[in-house]
Design a binder for this molecule. Structure first.
Ligand SMILES: Nc1ncnc2c1ncn2[C@@H]1O[C@H](COP(=O)(O)OP(=O)(O)O)[C@@H](O)[C@H]1O
Ligand SMILES: [Mg+2]
Length: 294
C-alpha cells in the first residue's frame, strides 16, 4: 500500500520507526510535512496539494499531529477523509482527545474512572471548585497542554487561586482536578492499537515531582497491565473513536482513572522500555484495515 505519514519531523524516533516498519513490510511510504499542504475545496471535488502538486494515489494516512499545529493538522486530516482516504486516527477523534475537558466529558458518560474535575472561568468560583474536588491540594492543568507542561500542583487555596488567575490572564482555559496523591507520582501508559493493548509501562516521577512524564525526567518500567486497566484503556480509546492511542492511567484507591488519551503517542519511550515493536503493530493493523486502490 501507499502510506503517507503526516509529520513535521522526519528525523523523530517515532517517524523513523514507522517508516522502517512500513518499508520492512513492503509498503511505499512518504513522510509529508503537515504544514506544506494546501487545501482546495470546490463542489464535489475536495483536493490537497503538497508542495504545489496534487495529492493522489495514497491508500492510508498516519497522522502524527503535534499539539502546536492542531488546527491546521486537523484540517489536513479532514480533507484526506473528504477525499475518501483512510486515516488511522480520524480528525474528529483526534480533536476529542486534544482537549482534556472534551475528552473527560465524553468519558464520563461511561463506566470509565476519571479524576473528579471542574471547569470554571470565574475567579470567585475557585474556592468552591477546589472544595468540589476535595482540595486543596488540587491539580490545575491547561486544557491542551502536553509533556507535563501546564500541569501544576497547587498546595493551598491561595496558590491555586494565583496559578488560575495567571492562566486566565493569559487567556488560557484550565481544569481543576482532584489530586490523586495515592498514585505517588506514578502513572501508567497503555499503548492501544486497534482493539488491543500492545504494550504498557509504568512511569515514575523524579523525587519531589508529581508529574511522571518522561519529558519531565520520569523513569519508565515495563508493566503487566491488570485486566481492569486493560479494559479501561480500551474503553477510553473506543469512546473517543481512536484506533491508535496512548492512554494515561493513574492508580487511585478507587481503581484506574484515565487522565488523558494521546492520539499521536510517542514510540521511543515505550518501545525502548518494553521491547515491543509498536511501529510494526501499527503497520500490521493498517494492513488489516486498508484495501489498496492501486
Ligand atoms: N489529578 C492528578 N493527580 C495526580 N497526578 C496527576 C494528576 N493529573 C496529572 N498528574 C500527573 O501529571 C502528569 C501530566 O498530566 P497530564 O494530564 O497527563 O498532562 P500532559 O498532557 O501534560 O501529559 C501525569 O502523567 C501524572 O503523573
Ligand atoms: Mg500525559
Amino acid at each position: 500500500m501507499r502510506l503517507a505519514i503526516l509529520s513535521r519531523k522526519p528525523d523523530l524516533y517515532s517517524t523513523k520507526a514507522l517508516v522502517r516498519a512500513a518499508e520492512k513490510r513492503g509498503h511505499e511510504v512518504q513522510v509529508m510535512d503537515t504544514l506544506l499542504f494546501d487545501i482546495r475545496i470546490s463542489t464535489r471535488k475536495p483536493e490537497l496539494f503538497y508542495d504545489g502538486k496534487p495529492v493522489q494515489g495514497i491508500d492510508a494516512v498516519l497522522p502524527r499531529i503535534g499539539a502546536s499545529i492542531t488546527f491546521y493538522g486537523l484540517a489536513v486530516v479532514r480533507q484526506f477523509e473528504m477525499m475518501g482516504v483512510y486515516c488511522v486516527n480520524e480528525s474528529q477523534a483526534i480533536a476529542r482527545s486534544r482537549d482534556k475537558l472534551r475528552c473527560l466529558q465524553l468519558l464520563c458518560r461511561h463506566d470509565i474512572g476519571i479524576p473528579p474535575t471542574v471547569f470554571t472561568r470565574k475567579a470567585d468560583h475557585v474556592p468552591a471548585c477546589i472544595e468540589r474536588v476535595e482540595g486543596p491540594p488540587v491539580v490545575v492543568k491547561l486544557l491542551e497542554g502536553t509533556q507535563g507542561i501546564g500541569v501544576v500542583l497547587a498546595e493551598s487555596e491561595r496558590a491555586a487561586g494565583s496559578v488560575i488567575e495567571a492562566f486566565h490572564g493569559l487567556d488560557q482555559n484550565i481544569l481543576i482536578q482532584k489530586f490523586i496523591k495515592e498514585s505517588k507520582g506514578a502513572d501508567i501508559r497503555a499503548f492501544v492499537v486497534g482493539r488491543k493493548v500492545v504494550a504498557a509501562m509504568k512511569r515514575q516521577a523524579l523525587t519531589g515531582e508529581f508529574r511522571s512524564n518522561l519529558h519531565r525526567g520520569g523513569t519508565a518500567n515495563k508493566f503487566r497491565l491488570p485486566a481492569e486497566y486493560r479494559k479501561t484503556a480500551l474503553a477510553a480509546t473506543r469512546v473517543l473513536g481512536l484506533r491508535v492511542a496512548g492512554v494515561d492511567l493513574i492508580e487511585s484507591s478507587e481503581g484506574p482513572m484515565v487522565m488523558e488519551v494521546n492520539s499521536s503517542p510517542g514510540l521511543e519511550g515505550i518501545q525502548k522500555t518494553t521491547g515491543v515493536e509498536i511501529a510494526d503493530a501499527i503497520i500490521e493493523h493498517l494492513e488489516k484495515e486498508v484495501t489498496p486502490v492501486s
